[in-house]
Ligand binder design. Structure first.
Ligand code: MN
Ligand code: MN
Length: 301
């Protein structure tokens, strides 16, 4: 990997880790999700980077893809299992990190299982290791707690301005795997649950991504599409980030038209199939010649 790319991956990782640490301290009973989202995203910009995707704040049985809307009034309640998933980029070089906490504090086996699975996965990563071996380690670790990994959520390769490029990293044993190579950048993200071990789509989407220009009927749709193409390119954006472009009901009509026409991709909110709680742990790593370097660990910037 070129030195400049490497430096930017590391800096993005350090910023993501620092913002994560500050944000976790703000998760308290009665606090608003919207307030936390605004803090996370403004802090990323304050530190000289950009969000690589809207901060995901997914609670209890919601596994991923929840991000507060501009009108969100929901608050953290004592005992909630919160997954905070933060993306940061510098010139397109992305860091992707997630942690889980119980609001008000307390021990949680789901969190411990996902964190141990992540730690064990990172320990074995080096060139020549197959993604199927990582999946097997994640599954075995989580099952040793009497829990299940979420089988239809995976880790993924990162590349410049691309969150999901090329290979995926399963959280269960699979028949076939891809071989890791030096210089690969990977987000490893085990999810543990006491439920079925699968997520299903909710109807609603709050996070989207530009796909292509399409003929559109609504004026607002055309305005929004031009704006998101310019500002976010191929990276995901939140409804909240474009809420200033149209009144609420027109915004929703436009987003529906944009998704329906194939101009944007809608990330449906993902919920555990049996409505059981889910915990997630995630780090970004760069594969080195004899192991891997975790970019998203806390160090002084
Ligand atoms: Mn993530
Ligand atoms: Mn990820």
């Amino acid at each position: 990997m070129e030195e400049e790319a490497h430096d930017k991956y590391l800096l993005a990782g350090r910023i993501a880790a620092r913002v994560m640490e500050q944000a976790l301290r703000k998760i308290k009973p009665g606090r608003k999700l919207l307030e936390l989202a605004n803090f996370v995203e403004s802090e990323i910009v304050e530190l000289g980077a950009r969000p690589a995707f809207p901060v995901n704040i997914s609670v209890n049985e919601i596994a991923a893809h929840y991000s507060p809307t501009a009108w969100d009034s929901s608050t953290f309640e004592r005992g909630d299992l919160v997954k905070l998933d933060i993306g940061v980029h510098i010139d397109g070089y992305i860091a992707d990190i997630a942690r889980s906490v119980v609001v008000g504090g307390g021990e949680n086996e789901l969190i411990r299982a996902s964190e141990e699975a992540l730690r064990r996965a990172i320990e074995v990563i080096k060139p020549g290791v197959k993604t199927s071996e990582i999946g097997a380690i994640v599954e075995k670790t989580i099952r040793s707690y009497g829990l299940k990994p979420v089988e239809n959520l995976t880790g993924h390769m990162l590349s410049r301005y691309s969150l999901h490029s090329g290979i995926t990293v399963p959280n269960v044993r699979t028949r076939h795997g891809d071989m890791l190579r030096e210089g690969d950048v990977l987000a490893i993200e085990p999810f543990a649950t006491s439920g079925a071990g699968r997520v299903v789509d909710e109807r609603e989407a709050i996070i989207f991504r530009y796909l292509r220009d399409r003929p559109l009927r609504l004026k607002e749709s055309r305005i929004i599409l031009g704006y998101v193409k310019d500002h976010f390119g191929a990276l995901p954006f939140a409804e909240r980030w474009i809420a200033h472009l149209a009144p609420r009901h027109r915004l929703h009509m436009a987003l529906r038209e944009l998704a329906y026409s194939g101009a944007i991709y809608a990330y449906k909110i993902l919920r555990e199939k049996q409505r059981a709680p889910v915990a997630q742990a995630e780090h970004t790593v760069i594969v080195t010649n004899d192991g891997c370097e975790v970019t998203t660990r806390r160090e002084e910037i």
